[in-house]
Write a protein that binds this ligand. Structure first.
Ligand SMILES: [Zn+2]
Length: 244
């Protein structure tokens, strides 16, 4: 079985770089590619507003939801509150990790309410800067979330009662097994990088799957899943240490 790819877009907001996202939307329409998109329910992070706000943001999301895209809740306001790396040890900032359980529950609940009201809450969480802690997981469970798009390895696994679908790098590795989540931030992508990614999507479109299918891909042996998760954890930690 070849590598399968899940295409994940972070930082979906009314004022995102729509001109840069457009080529990805077009190729999705042409080839029926079901993306995973992280929507900030109430974006207060000015760095994520780079183009004219889209007036039909919520109807646009409902249309994508009907087309089979998965909508993840990407935090609440996307304003970083702490410098915590969280459980995965990635990054140095967090909207959630380090806050009390009640603070995290209230923020997640407020964000969920907005997505529910707009009819686009799918019960999937995408942590800003990949940073969350044990309180975050407990609050997500209490709010009936079922999955999150983060973690180590190449197969979905159980993380405190939630399904964690690993997300490792922005570059595809094509190892020949498992699911690789390719994480894209269009706001900061160059035209050349966008063209490169579009070529990749066209060349690999038959291996691109949606979030629901991605979490159901199983490792051939449980041991394989645990070993690859461990190895990728070590490799990624080393990679990040090397980069400082
Ligand atoms: Zn983000």
């Amino acid at each position: 079985m070849p590598t399968r790819y899940l295409i994940r877009f972070d930082d979906i907001t009314p004022g995102m770089a729509w001109s840069k996202f457009k080529p990805f939307e077009t190729v999705s329409d042409e080839l029926s590619l079901p993306y995973l998109i992280g929507v900030v329910p109430d974006c207060q992070d000015p760095s994520l507003s780079v183009e004219q706000e889209r007036a039909d943001f919520w109807p646009w999301l409902r249309e994508k939801s009907l087309k089979g895209w998965t909508i993840a809740q990407h935090g609440y306001t996307h304003v970083y509150a702490t410098k915590e790396r969280g459980l995965l040890g990635i990054g140095r900032k967090s909207e959630f990790a380090g806050l009390s359980y009640q603070e995290q529950f209230d923020r997640l609940s407020a964000g969920k309410d907005i997505l529910v009201r707009e009819g686009v809450w799918h019960g999937v969480f995408m942590a800003p800067s990949h940073s969350f802690d044990a309180h975050t997981l407990k609050a997500l469970k209490a709010l009936d979330f079922s999955a999150l798009t983060d973690g180590y390895g190449f197969y979905a696994y159980d993380l405190d009662g939630l399904v964690a679908l690993p997300q490792l790098l922005a570059q595809p590795l094509g190892l020949g097994f498992g699911v690789e989540t390719i994480c894209l931030h269009v706001n900061t992508m160059s035209d050349a990088a966008i063209a490169h990614r579009i070529e990749f999507l066209k060349a690999h479109h038959s291996s691109i799957i949606g979030f629901g299918e991605a979490i159901s891909v199983e490792a051939p042996f449980d041991r394989v899943e645990r070993v690859t998760r461990f190895m990728s954890h070590i490799a990624l930690r080393s990679y990040r240490l090397l980069r400082g």
